[in-house]
Design a protein around this ligand. Structure first.
Ligand code: UD1
Ligand code: CA
Length: 461
């Protein structure tokens, strides 16, 4: 039986942020969500998260993330409050009433190690089980171990002691083997010694790491790639891990048949799905639950978030959020699709067009300088340059409907709520305020007046 506990109560003072450290984001997920995710491949019976600093925020965020990922097969999250943050050992002490008599192993993870691989945790658990250790800890040899606890082992490679960087002597600092902040404890053993922890160190905190000196045997398992155990303590660490994660994500898509042009200028959240033969051009950012189908070319200079892009679509210098674009459509340059815009197949949404909550039928063109909000357009509609839906009366938003085959002349205003039928032609410069039936011409502007021979009067001297 395995329970996991995630340490997520600290503020993360070194982040210099109002937000709890574990809620900072990396590649579209919070740090703590990533840590939880790294345990997804092991069979667990309980999931405990220790929260403290702004605990409501941390709980809400985890519950929300869990709902969207639908990881229902996992045991529910149990939140344990650590009202005062007196150290990692003190945090685990808060579990005592919750895990009383629990006979299994407790996997403890710091909430700030976001790049950990599921495979690594499995290896740690395997060693723990094979040797029936009292504790097994994850370690790494870091080129720059500054800030990490150092792990000291005896001649048989059994862990004797972990000493925090700030408590190390100069000689002890020469040891580059560090504690990754990922541990597996045999809970009945830990339970016995936990109450005896002393805050006998530079920070006057109760250290979880001190427990290893009272347990035996304790083994260390080195990770092969130290990058995955980097802990986030400040913004510099966040930036470094972000780079590592981006490299991981891009390598995955390159192997899967996606072309990335100038990869360093592109960012892709790991919640994004791409098909083979997608081309991503420079300075393009793909975020959230976005998917892009085969043969589509995105960028340069585009931002797409929480949107679905069909096959063979081009998006050029545009911003698309919470929207859907069907196959063969061309978006941009300089289009903005938002608020659940839905673009049909073979459409052209062109220069300086903003669409909000607009459903656009197949083969419809909105090529230049338009704003359409809360609108439904049929198929093969043509919207002339500069057409605007006046959808807001200062209080409420109203709907515009335009039937298939209708052509709106340039610089028209459609004052919502309004319905225009099919195969309507609206004369350029019209302000349409009343319902328009099928198959007609609408001219809603004043006539041009020409006065022959008329001249401005000469000013009197
Ligand atoms: C900790 C380890 C260190 C290890 C490093 C790995 C201890 C004493 N030190 O140091 O050996 O090399 O992680 O990254 O454990 N937290 C709480 N309650 C508290 C204090 C912290 O929940 O009272 C949480 C934090 O939110 C964080 C995690 O524990 O997620 C680690 O705390 P942090 O202060 O970052 O520990 P480090 O100094 O990095
Ligand atoms: Ca840390």
């Amino acid at each position: 039986m395995i329970a996991i506990a995630i340490l997520a109560a600290g503020r993360g003072t070194r982040m210099k942020s109002d937000l709890p450290k574990v809620l900072h984001e990396l590649g579209g997920r919070t740090l703590v969500e990533r840590v939880l995710q790294s345990c997804q491949e092991i069979e667990i019976s309980r999931r405990l998260v220790i929260v403290g600093y702004r605990s409501e925020l941390v709980k809400e965020s985890l519950i929300e993330a869990q709902e969207t990922t639908k990881d229902r097969e996992f045991p529910p999250l149990e939140f344990v409050e650590q009202t005062e943050q007196l150290g990692t050992g003190h945090a685990i002490q808060q579990l005592l009433p919750h895990l009383e008599g629990f006979p299994g192993d407790l996997l403890v993870l710091n909430g700030d190690v976001p790049l950990l691989r599921a495979e690594t945790i499995k290896q740690l658990m395997a060693v723990h089980k094979q040797h029936q250790n009292s504790a097994t800890i994850l370690t790494a040899n870091l080129p720059d171990p500054q800030g990490y606890g150092r792990v000291f082992t005896d001649s048989q490679n059994l862990v004797q002691q972990i000493i925090e960087d700030r408590d190390c002597t100069q000689a002890q600092k020469q040891n580059h083997r560090i504690n990754a902040g990922v541990y597996c404890f045999h809970w009945p053993d830990l339970e016995k010694i936990l109450p005896d922890l002393k805050a006998d160190n530079d920070q006057k905190e109760y250290y979880l790491t001190d427990t290893v000196s009272s347990l035996s045997p304790v083994m260390a398992v080195d990770v092969e790639d130290y990058q995955e155990i980097l802990g986030i303590n400040d913004r510099k660490h966040l930036a470094t891990t972000s780079d590592i994660l981006q490299t991981r994500i891009k390598d995955k898509w390159l192997r899967a048949g996606v072309t990335l042009i100038d990869p360093h200028s592109i960012t892709i959240d790991d919640t994004v799905e791409l098909q083979a033969d997608v081309v991503i051009e420079p300075q393009t950012h793909l975020r959230g639950k976005t998917s892009i189908a085969s043969r589509s070319r995105i960028g340069p200079g585009s931002l797409i978030e929480n949107s679905q892009i069909g096959e063979n679509v081009t998006v050029l210098y545009s911003v698309i959020s919470d929207s859907i674009v069907a196959e063969n459509s061309r978006i941009g340059p300089y289009a903005h699709l938002r608020g659940h815009a839905q673009i049909g197949a073979n459409c052209r949404i062109g220069n300086f067009v903003e669409l909000k909550n607009a459903q656009i039928g197949d083969r419809t063109n909105i090529a230049h300088l338009s704003y359409l909000g809360d609108a439904t357009l049929g198929e093969k509609v043509n919207i002339g340059a500069g057409t605007i839906t006046a959808n807001y009366d200062g209080k409420n938003k109203h709907k515009t409907q335009i039937g298939s085959g209708t052509k709106i002349g340039s610089n028209s205003v459609l004052v919502a709520p309004i319905t225009l039928g099919e195969n309507v032609t609206v004369a350029a410069g019209s302000v349409v305020t009343e319902e328009v039936p099928n198959d007609c011409l609408v001219i809603a502007r004043s006539r041009q007046v020409v006065k022959p021979g008329w001249k401005l009067k000469e000013p009197e001297k």
